[in-house]
Design a protein. Structure first.
Lengths: 168, 426
């Protein structure tokens, strides 16, 4: 799937991604206000397949996983950043939203046409004919992301355990 | 092998002899803490979908603090759902008794050496008791509740050594704002932050909790302090036990990710400008700033000792015209103690408004959250744009002493100017 890049800076925090005052509402409302203080045009213009490229410490702040959930709800293909805050990183992968680290973001511009391949660890800038190498996902997390996140992954595990018990 | 405190706790929980930084391990969880926001309403649907129950109900603690006092239909509904779940799932439940990070140790649930997960980003607070405690999101918490397990990448340890002693009027909160300024909000690199040194050894448990709490703002996974006699005495006073804590230290010669040494005696009270705790500066260098709201609240800045210190400054004084002081004591127990000692009366006499023992404004909840263009000085941990209310509001972070002094003057003020006749404020 391909889309466009939204280029953001350092320290994009969870209150920008999932503002506290909309936490009582449903995911639709929360997603509609996602990033409104940093990037007012984001929620209204993001399309499935788009990718956020950001600086360091993306997702800093709260443990509220709605920060990652809102991005997934809007159809984002993934986030590429120089670094991620620890809890956000775990939350995103648990929810099946690819998050990948890149050392070098040179040559990437806002609005670039892009295709993200989280398995290969590649961000292809399709109009520029340029490929940005991403750090591979940790081995222990690859099966979970392949299953679509923690819940489907655990479902599979419990099903296998039940099958084993039934067979024993 | 010489090991860090973090390595020792993780190795024990993972059932192995030793672990090295970078190892990925699966550990058994000794305790899981959840609250009303990320708790039952989000984990129960996942448990249902998985078709499993709790791994061990005796190792789960549920604390309602985000939607308290339930002053909206939605909030009241969530609190009721939370209460029902506690009953059905037979877990320890604290309802409206205060903020989870303060209630958990106060009710004797924590013990040195435990591996604990909390469904909240300020979960490193438990590190003050020598527990490896860290925050996770709701889906991961559902996984823990279903399996009793969590994966960890064994962290390196960033040792923060504070030499000397804090001066009067300077608190643990000032140490943390200064550290956020120096190291940045990603200085912790999702590693284990460990505080050590003379200044730390001299701190009370509540002050140590403030240090561990704000390991979150440094970007650490955990914020540890090796247990000592102070820890053991606190745990006994709340009906718990420290157990055998003597070996829970970072061994001399253990490999460290970083070792920062600070002189605590040179530290001045700090403030952090909007919209980041890393925008820290000494209060003496802060620009002339006026504000409409002064807030003493949150797990970070409204525990008993915070209230006591702030009251010592406010005693016999009035708020500056145009300033609203709002005080949300971090726990019911801390508020009760403060009331017994006449501390709550000081706030009332000064003209402060007392709010429920809950997360409240700090997390952007409740009718008191900040309106458009409001400027606030706050004893909380984080001042991200829009966190405490409108996106146009601006929050300055400070210690509860600095917030109290500023509420009297109506502009950012140095609490040390009020200490001469406020003995015991430090």
């Amino acid at each position: 799937m391909s889309g466009r890049i939204f280029l953001l800076g350092d320290n994009i925090d969870t209150d920008q991604l999932a503002p506290g005052q909309y936490m009582r509402g449903g995911l639709d409302m929360l997603a509609a206000h996602c990033l409104e203080s940093a990037r007012p045009d984001f929620a209204g213009s993001v399309k499935p397949g788009d990718v956020i490229v950001a600086g360091k410490n993306f997702g800093v702040g709260s443990s509220r996983e709605q920060a990652a959930e809102a991005l997934k709800h809007l159809g984002l293909a993934g986030v590429v950043a120089r670094s991620f805050a620890g809890i956000f990183y775990r939350n995103a992968l648990n929810l099946g939203l690819p998050v990948l680290v890149a050392d070098n973001l040179d040559g990437i511009a806002d609005g670039d046409a892009v295709a993200l391949d989280p398995v290969k660890g590649e961000l292809r800038l399709t109009d520029k004919n340029q490929t940005v190498r991403l750090e591979p996902l940790p081995d222990n997390l690859k099966p979970m992301l392949a299953d679509g996140g923690l819940v489907p992954h655990l479902k599979k595990r419990f099903a296998a355990e039940r099958e084993k018990e039934a067979g024993a | 092998m010489a090991s860090t405190l973090a390595q020792k706790i993780i190795a024990r929980a993972a059932g192995v002899e030793t672990v090295r930084p970078g190892d990925v391990v699966t550990a058994r969880v000794d305790l899981a803490m959840i609250h009303d926001s990320g708790g039952p309403r989000r984990v129960e649907p996942i448990l249902k979908e998985l078709g499993v129950g709790l791994f061990d109900a005796s190792k789960v603690v549920l604390i309602s603090d985000h939607f308290v006092p339930g002053d909206t239909d939605e909030g009241a509904r969530i609190l009721e759902l939370t209460r029902q779940w506690a009953k059905e799932r037979k877990v320890a439940f604290h309802n409206g008794e205060g903020i989870c990070h303060v209630v958990l140790p106060e009710r004797g649930h924590l013990k040195p050496g435990m591996l604990v997960v909390g469904g909240d980003s300020h979960s490193p607070t438990g590190g003050a008791f020598g527990a490896y405690m860290f925050g996770i999101g709701a889906t991961e918490m559902a996984g823990v509740l279903a399996t009793g397990e969590i994966w960890l990448k064994v962290p390196g340890t960033i040792l923060i050594e504070c030499k000397g002693q804090l001066s009067p009027g300077v608190l643990a909160k000032d140490i943390m704002l200064a550290l956020c300024g120096r190291l940045g909000m990603d200085g912790g690199q999702y590693q284990a932050v460990e505080y050590t040194g003379e200044a730390i050894a001299a701190l009370s448990m509540q002050e140590r909790m403030t240090l561990s709490n704000m390991a979150a703002e440094l970007g650490g996974q955990a914020g540890l302090i090796a247990p000592d006699a102070t820890t053991a005495a606190y745990l006994e006073s709340v009906g718990g036990s420290a157990g055998d804590w003597h070996g829970l230290v970072t061994d001399p010669g253990a490999e460290l990710a970083a070792h920062h040494v600070f002189d605590a005696s040179a530290l001045e009270p700090q403030v952090a400008a909007p919209h980041s705790p890393a925008n820290a500066m000494p209060v003496t260098e802060a620009p002339e700033t006026r504000f409409e709201v002064a807030y003493i609240g949150a797990c970070t800045g409204a525990k008993y000792e915070d209230l006591k210190g702030a009251a010592a400054i406010l005693r016999g004084r009035k708020l500056a015209p145009g300033v609203a002081l709002k005080v949300a004591p971090a726990s019911m127990r801390d508020q009760q103690r403060a009331a017994d000692e006449g501390i709550m009366t000081v706030f009332e006499d000064a003209g402060a408004q007392i709010l429920p023992n809950a997360c409240g404004i700090c997390a952007g909840y409740g009718a008191d959250r900040l309106g458009e263009d409001v400027t606030c000085i706050s004893s909380t941990a984080r001042n991200f744009q829009g966190r405490m209310g409108a996106a146009s509001s601006k929050v300055w972070l400070a210690s509860p002493l600095t917030v109290a002094a500023s509420a009297i003057t109506g502009r950012i003020a140095d609490p040390r100017e009020f200490l001469a006749d406020a003995e015991g404020a430090a």
